[in-house]
Design a protein around this ligand. Structure first.
Ligand SMILES: Cc1cc2nc3c(=O)[nH]c(=O)nc-3n(C[C@H](O)[C@H](O)[C@H](O)COP(=O)(O)OP(=O)(O)OC[C@H]3O[C@@H](n4cnc5c(N)ncnc54)[C@H](O)[C@@H]3O)c2cc1C
Length: 453
């Protein structure tokens, strides 16, 4: 067993761990990052293909009010571009296809009014949620004991408004609404500014993409401390000693004074803590599963749908496996890339099929939307983060009903000098890359404060 010592061990080289490391490096504090995978980025993963394109299998968009992300892009000289957002969108309900422009699909008047009313109600309720302590809201008990589905079922008065809202909510929260605490849904909306901001491309969370893929930014951030990153090093055990901690991988023991843990919450259960973590934290972990999102891609010579006046965006009920489609082509349009989000039970069902069947399924959907040119694609790819040992899902872990009121902020509280980062420790932009960065930076600040005291 190789034994080493350092001031701080950071577990996980996703954006959160890297953001923490960046601050420690600037403050001249010695650290090691232990990363289970053989790559950086975690839930951000840009795969490059020989045919000269790349796909963002994980997080890819940034948007207004994600100030740390824009600041990091500027600092590391990484450029970004506008997500393509022109032309007609497609609404696929009950097997019928309609087109519409803007954010709200074309429905009958009563459904449209109802849709607008429910969205406004969600905005109004979310605005009042205390972002740092959602469980202190006077209606917290009631809302935390309901699911998002309970809310949708009681407020949506037509099948169409329900179907559209459900597909939208599934895309935002990354789960079936039955699986989510309504209080968590409201917290998540407030954390990401507003529902309007979460839904939109223009002036919203999907406004920009990173030129070269999101993982490029992670790589740039790590350039100043590459020698401090140990890949293929899953942390197995963390032992508390008199003056600090011993962190174990299967091959190394690292003695340190403080630890930052920046991993998806369910993976905490895989690390043996001695002594065990407090019961509030372990209890929460039993009620805090990851969301489930698959990305499916058809790659074309050109984004041909643009010349037909389509944006490449769609919303669909469960007649297709994809809640939404987006145009994810490179900024110069040198390839046409259609991306389908398959989420929650739709994703679980889709990924029971072999890859050839999944490919056929997406081709058929694209053909229904954009005609026979959709059959003439170069390649199909898909990726389900749930199948990744070191993520187990995405976009983030989700509070099940009763979790907020039972466990409150147990996840993000430090235990001694073990600090918890990762996007799930963020109050602002919780679940997003911005949140991961904010939480990583906050954990690094805690380390620095402890050193000063
Ligand atoms: C399909 C998909 C689409 C998304 N879209 C967006 C988007 O467009 N915009 C956006 O802002 N966000 C998006 N997200 C969410 C965003 O990617 C995450 O919120 C963010 O990347 C989380 O970063 P993190 O550092 O907290 O955790 P992670 O990225 O999960 O990093 C944790 C790291 O810890 C490592 N690890 C785990 N266990 C151990 C262990 N025991 N020992 C050592 N290392 C360990 C993992 O390998 C990983 O590298 C998306 C996510 C997915 C998957």
């Amino acid at each position: 067993m190789n034994i080493a010592s350092t001031e701080v061990v950071i577990v996980g080289a996703g954006f959160s761990g890297l953001a923490a490391a960046r601050i420690l490096k600037q403050s001249h504090i010695a650290f090691e990052i232990l990363e289970a995978r053989d790559r950086l980025g975690g839930r951000v993963y840009t795969k490059k293909f020989d045919q000269g394109y790349y796909l963002d299998f994980g997080g890819q968009w940034i948007g207004p009010t994600q100030d740390r992300m824009y600041a990091l892009c500027e600092e590391y000289g990484v450029s970004f571009y506008e997500t393509y957002n022109q032309g007609k969108n497609i609404l696929d309900l009950k097997g019928k296809i309609k087109t519409y422009s803007g954010v709200i699909p074309k429905l009958d008047l009563f459904s449209l009014l109802n849709l607008d009313w429910v969205i406004r109600k969600l905005e109004r309720l979310a605005k009042k949620i205390p972002m740092n302590s959602p469980w202190t809201h006077p209606k917290a008990q009631k809302w935390d004991h309901m699911t998002l589905e309970d809310f949708l079922k009681s407020e949506c008065k037509t099948n169409s408004s329900y179907a559209v809202l459900r597909a939208g909510c599934e895309t935002i929260f990354a789960c079936d609404p039955e699986e989510l605490s309504f209080l968590h849904a409201l917290f998540y909306i407030k954390s990401g500014t507003s529902l309007d901001c979460l839904i939109n491309i223009k002036n919203g969370a999907q406004q920009h993409r990173i030129q070269g893929g999101m993982q490029l930014l992670a790589e740039k951030i790590s350039e100043g401390f590459q020698e401090d990153i140990h890949f293929n090093s899953p942390v197995k055990q963390i032992l508390t000693r008199e003056n600090g901690y011993t962190v174990f991988t299967s091959e190394r023991e690292i003695i340190c004074k403080q630890v930052i843990i920046a991993i998806p919450p369910p993976l905490l259960k895989e690390i043996g803590f001695q002594p065990a973590l407090p019961q509030t934290k372990t209890g929460l972990l039993e009620n805090y599963p990851m969301g489930q999102v698959a990305k499916c891609f058809l790659i074309y010579e050109k984004p041909f749908w643009r010349t037909q006046g389509f944006s490449g965006q769609s919303v669909s009920d469960e007649n297709t496996p994809y809640q939404t489609l987006f145009d994810c082509s490179p900024s110069d349009g040198s390839k046409g890339i259609l991306m389908g989000f398959s989420i929650g039970s739709r994703a679980r069902n889709l990924f029971k099929l072999p890859k050839e069947e999944r490919e056929k399924t997406m081709r058929k959907v694209a053909n229904r939307y954009f005609g026979p040119m959709a059959d003439d694609y170069l390649n199909y790819e898909d990726f389900f983060m749930t199948d990744e040992t070191w993520s187990q899902g995405c976009y983030a872990a989700l509070m099940q009903p009763k979790a907020w009121t039972s466990f409150q902020d147990a996840y993000r509280n430090s235990v001694g000098n073990i600090h918890f980062a990762g996007t799930e420790a963020a109050t602002r932009w919780h679940g997003y890359i911005e949140g991961a960065v904010l939480a990583g930076e906050a954990a690094a600040e805690k380390v620095l404060q402890n050193l000063d005291s």
